[in-house]
Design a protein around this ligand. Structure first.
Ligand SMILES: [Zn+2]
Ligand SMILES: [Zn+2]
Length: 149
């Protein structure tokens, strides 16, 4: 699906939810959607300034808060960065595999992993308020490059 199609899909969802998809929110959405892997708020700010010269850090953070709340992007906690979610229409469990070499991030949606995690927390009488399951390593592509060189 192209960035344009993703944007249209997000617009329809915002209309249904009765929330405002302002020009700045659209810009940040488009920047993240066009980015491969995770992107930091400061990288986004640099790119946003090309579209909105007066953009400041709070401009980006407010837009990111909105996009996170709508489920359009995920926060990658271990990188303090943001990742576009292609499956933003549904709420889903999430685990991330992060390649430290090329920065590619693979998003997994394994219900069983989250259930097991939540079950273990319950056994400890622990109430989870937020969680992230993230692994760092090497993707298939980067591993392949290493063996041939
Ligand atoms: Zn997702
Ligand atoms: Zn890689």
């Amino acid at each position: 699906m192209s960035v344009q199609q993703q944007l249209e899909r997000a617009e329809r969802l915002c209309n249904q939810r009765g929330v405002r998809f302002t020009p700045t929110r659209r810009h940040v959405f488009t920047l993240i959607a066009g980015h491969k892997g995770a992107v930091s708020a400061y990288e986004l700010l640099d790119q946003l300034k090309e579209l909105e010269p007066h953009a400041k850090p709070p401009t980006v953070y407010r837009a990111l808060d909105f996009l996170l709340a709508q489920g359009f992007v995920h926060k990658v906690e271990s990188l303090n960065a943001f990742l576009f979610c292609e499956h933003f229409a549904e709420h889903h469990p999430m685990q991330l595999l992060i390649c430290t070499q090329c920065g590619n991030v693979i998003e997994l949606h394994d219900e069983a992993i989250n259930h097991a995690f939540e079950h273990q927390a319950e056994l400890h009488g622990f109430a989870i308020t937020s969680q992230s399951i993230e692994a760092h390593g090497q993707c298939r592509h980067c591993a392949g490059e290493n063996t041939t060189s």
